[in-house]
Design a protein around this ligand. Structure first.
Ligand code: UDP
Length: 498
């Protein structure tokens, strides 16, 4: 009997965390895999399913979306909290992550059903680092599990070295510096910049999850990295050769997407008409606008927004600033903005309330700087657009990405945030905002950072061309999965013929 296409085709199950910063690269991966003949299934909650479907070309029948139900009631969360961005307090976030820890049985059911119906099992689970249970689920079905952290090699190495050596225990205060141990470069950190769930061994949801996830990193088949070799070669080598992890670098994932409409609208419906936004940018000179945005999760308090507004005004620069606020009709003065700010900034500054077409903005030639929280997607988007950064890390692994940007790649300046603090970050004063914005936009050093960034952007483009480093690693990954499948098939055959 001849084999049909579905028999030959590799099939990957993606299990991304329900957060824009994790779903966006998962969609990119599924599309990329589909363009190379693989089948993908993305598993997510119903909140994200419609937008996911919209992000896929109608002709693409190789990507399925499967919805699961987040066990919100079990952890005391309102039913509609289906994404990280909807968990607005640290307590809600804890509950959210606890409910993520309960998702395993649903995935087992899905796979059991496939087996009962004699459908082929997927060839691999690509699981978010927030789902450490996925390793055991994959093992139960005899398939490999590959982790996706959605961050840089640099951050992966730093996180592991800090986890293994606990250097923050050898300092006497939160502000006393220490070097990251067993690391390629001399990178200084302080305890205040290390995540709570790493340094506090307090049995909290996140501390427990983190330990579990690091254990899983050791047991998984490998790690997929949304980065490219030429950006951080010493860290790519360190991760595999010194820290002993199997990893494939296949990014920047968004560079494979060629359709302008898809590139403009990512993750959510944008709150501004894209053409209007383009028109505004088209009216500006090259490298004359600074873009200010802090990703999908960070949510600054009003007094911090006030400092940003004042700092931007004092910097004298043109800007686009994304704020998680809605325009309240009939309100004369919004409490988070200085009096008369928008009137004074008319033509010079644009505030986007809600969701911005970030990639489209960063890639516009008028944009010459990016004030960012150093989420990895934002950082990579900035690198690939040749735009230097003001780093303003808030939480997660963002303090590591900051060091990569400012100390290793030398394409950014630090705003001076010193404390890891979920959602709201360390408080930064207007003078620091003004100074950092000027430093990234004006002067010789800014020009040097910009030209270095543009060189990395060029390398990124080459990495995703045929024969480029990322495409070669992608082929190596598929080859590996095919041989895994062949080994499974032959074991099964031997068992049946015995
Ligand atoms: N993003 C966007 N518009 C916005 C805010 C964010 O398109 O207004 C996208 C951004 O381009 C990036 C992702 O959302 O791809 C955010 O991911 P990142 O890792 O930078 O930060 P996180 O949201 O995970 O903190």
């Amino acid at each position: 009997m001849g084999s049909n296409k579905t028999d030959e085709q590799l099939h990957i199950f993606f299990l991304p965390l329900m957060a824009q910063g994790h779903l966006i690269p998962a969609i990119d991966m599924a599309k990329l895999f589909s363009s190379r003949g693989l089948k993908s299934t993305i598993v997510t909650t119903s909140l994200f399913a419609p937008f996911l479907s919209k992000s896929l070309p109608t002709s693409d029948t190789q990507i399925d979306i499967l919805t699961i139900k987040l066990p919100t009631a079990e952890v005391g969360l309102p039913e509609d909290v289906e994404g990280v961005h909807m968990a607005k307090t640290p307590d809600m976030q804890n509950k959210f992550f606890r409910s993520c820890g309960l998702l395993g049985p649903q995935i087992v059911d899905i796979l059991e059903q496939r087996r009962r119906r004699r459908h082929r099992l997927p060839d691999c689970l690509v699981a978010d680092m927030f789902f450490p249970w996925a390793t055991d689920v994959a093992a139960k079905f005899g398939i490999p599990c590959i982790l996706f952290h959605g961050t840089s090699y640099f951050a992966l190495c730093a996180a592991l070295c800090v986890f293994l050596h606990e250097p923050y225990k050898n300092v006497s205060s939160d502000s006393e510096p220490f070097m990251i141990p067993n690391f390629p470069d001399e990178i200084e950190l302080t305890r205040s910049r290390v995540a709570d769930f790493v340094k506090n061994d307090d049995g909290s949801v996140l501390a427990t999850w983190y330990k579990e996830s690091k254990k899983m990193e050791a047991r998984n088949y490998g790690v997929l990295v949304n980065s490219f070799y030429e950006l951080e070669p010493r860290y790519a080598d360190h991760y595999t050769e010194v820290l002993g992890k199997k990893a494939w670098h296949i990014g920047p994932l968004f560079l494979y997407e060629k359709e302008a409409e898809q590139r403009a609208c990512r993750g959510m419906e944008t709150s501004i008409n894209q053409h209007e936004c383009l028109k505004w940018l088209d009216s500006k000179e090259g490298d004359s606008v600074v873009y200010v945005s802090f990703g999908s999760v960070a949510n600054f308090a009003d007094d911090q927004l006030m400092e940003i507004a004042a700092g931007l005004e004092a910097s004298g620069q043109q800007f686009i600033w994304v704020v998680k606020k809605e325009k309240r009709e009939g309100v004369v003065r919004e409490e988070w903005l200085p009096e008369g700010f928008e009137e004074r900034m008319e033509g010079r500054g644009l505030i986007i309330r809600g969701w911005a077409p970030q990639l489209m903005i960063l890639e516009h030639e008028a944009v010459g700087g990016f004030v960012t929280h150093c989420g990895w997607n934002s950082t990579l988007e900035s690198v690939c657009s040749g735009v230097p950064m003001v780093s303003w890390p808030v939480s997660a692994e963002q303090f590591y990405n900051e060091k990569l940007v400012t100390r290793v790649l030398r394409i950014g300046v630090e705003v001076g945030a010193k404390k890891w603090k979920r959602l709201v970050g360390d408080f930064v004063k207007r003078e620091a905002v003004e100074k950092a914005v000027r430093n990234v936009m004006e002067g010789e050093e800014a020009e040097e950072m910009r030209s270095r960034a543009k060189r990395f952007a060029e390398m990124a483009r080459r990495a995703v061309e045929e024969g480029g480093s990322s495409v070669s690693d992608l082929d190596a990954l598929f080859e590996d999965l095919r041989s895994q499948r062949a080994a499974r098939d032959s074991t099964k055959k031997n068992f049946l013929t015995k």
